[in-house]
Design a protein around this ligand. Structure first.
Ligand SMILES: C=CC1=C(C)c2cc3[nH]c(cc4nc(cc5[nH]c(cc1n2)c(C)c5CCC(=O)O)C(CCC(=O)O)=C4C)c(C)c3C=C
Ligand SMILES: [Fe+2]
Ligand SMILES: [Fe+2]
Length: 366
């Protein structure tokens, strides 16, 4: 052995961060870029457009993922291809059209994720210079996770920190995002080393960022809401019974937020939204619970936030701020305050930087 040297030629130099492009003893040797570290911010993804074909392509990829819907393909695929994908692209397309970023012709989830990556990249460059590169990738649609890994690898990243922007772990989100990374690695000769960032549902900086967003929203209101509803994306109840920790992590985020705000137990409610299909999902369902609060408990003023979403998207801007708002108001509710997701808030970016710094430990100095 050569004591750590790359082995195929005794004259081959060791690749070190900061060395720049290497010249090689063998003239036919492919170029080896300088060894760097990559960070990928990962999110769910959004359709390329709101037309039927773009929506169908996106929904097909999403709803064919067995981490999301775990039915046997022989049972699920005929129903998906023949029934669901002939109708849902129209209804979902209409929902996306209402919240689309027309200026950039893209979904807001993509706009926010890019902004987050740009803000993180600037801070990473200031802290670690050119040895650490930042990119972003989506689980479904574009820009893909595969493309982000290949771009970083082409820039010389031999180590990649993969950061799924899901505060609470769910197999339907975190695990499938990580699966996608390893699918790309299966096709690579020279794989980068991978670290994946764990869920951060109880990270003090995440709770602080949420709390500050509540305080900021409340400071701008004439009348204090009677109740804060924390609405999380749902999953089938069965997933909880089969051991997925998502439900418990949502509950803990909300408890920690309430404690940080100094509120008692009645001031905050946990609910779950976006039910899909005939199974029972995590309860209470947000759309029903806000109506019940207005009708049965006489709650007239609520604020609502969605801590499971790191960026505003169709589920928050359309489902919460339109559908769920209407449900509350139709049941007698008077004031409904939607508190935006953390998006590119300075406290959110600071949280990401702290997590990245912690998870890069041993790979970078300082
Ligand atoms: C059908 C099963 C679904 C499960 C399980 C699920 C879990 C889950 N999803 C998110 C985050 C997001 N979901 C988004 C959209 C969305 N989700 C589903 C279905 C399931 N999600 C569908 C069909 C859609 C598309 C929209 C629609 O047709 O209703 C989004 C928004 C994407 C965007 O482009 O804006 C996010 C984000 C989490 C966190 C989660 C479980 C923990
Ligand atoms: Fe979803
Ligand atoms: Fe639980």
């Amino acid at each position: 052995m050569d004591g750590g040297q790359t082995t195929h030629s005794p004259t081959h130099p060791r690749v070190q961060p900061g060395e720049g492009r290497l010249t090689h003893a063998q003239p036919d040797h492919p170029p080896v870029p300088r060894a760097r570290i990559g960070v990928i911010l990962a999110n769910l993804g959004t359709p390329d457009g709101t037309d039927y074909r773009s929506m169908r392509r996106y929904l097909n990829e999403f709803l064919s993922d067995r981490r999301v819907i775990d039915y046997a393909p022989w049972k699920w695929q005929p129903l998906l291809q023949l029934v669901i994908l002939s109708k849902r692209p129209f209804t979902s397309g209409a929902a996306y059209r209402g919240i689309w970023n027309d200026e950039l012709d893209e979904g807001p989830l993509l706009t926010w994720t890019r902004k987050q990556a740009q803000a993180v990249a600037a801070q990473v460059a200031a802290r670690w210079g050119e040895d650490v590169l930042v990119d972003f990738g989506m689980r479904y649609g574009n820009p893909s996770t595969d493309a982000a890994i290949r771009r970083l690898r082409a820039e010389g990243c031999e180590r990649i920190l993969f950061f799924p922007l899901y505060p609470q772990y769910a197999a339907a989100t975190t695990a499938t995002a990580c699966d996608q990374v390893f699918r790309t690695l299966m096709k690579m000769n020279w794989q980068p080393s991978i670290r994946t960032v764990p869920a951060y549902y109880d990270d003090p900086l995440y709770i602080e960022a949420l709390a500050q967003s509540v305080e900021r929203a409340y400071a701008g209101l004439d009348r204090r809401p009677d109740l804060l509803v924390t609405s999380y994306h749902g999953v089938p109840e069965r997933y909880l019974l089969e051991g997925d920790p998502y439900h418990c992590q949502c509950q803990k985020t909300s408890r920690l937020l309430r404690e940080r705000l100094g509120w008692d137990g009645d001031a905050l409610r946990v609910t779950f939204q976006s039910r899909f299909g005939p199974e029972e999902w995590l309860k209470p369902y947000t759309v029903d619970e806000v109506a019940r609060l207005a009708r049965e408990d006489g709650i007239r003023n609520i604020a609502i936030m969605a801590p499971a979403f790191s960026s505003d998207c169709v589920e928050t801007l359309e489902e919460i701020n339109e559908e769920i708002r209407e449900s509350f108001e139709a049941a007698g509710g008077e004031s409904f305050t939607y508190i935006p997701c953390l998006n590119d808030d300075a406290a959110h970016i600071a949280m990401m930087m702290a997590i990245i710094g912690r998870e890069l430990s041993g790979w970078v100095e300082g």
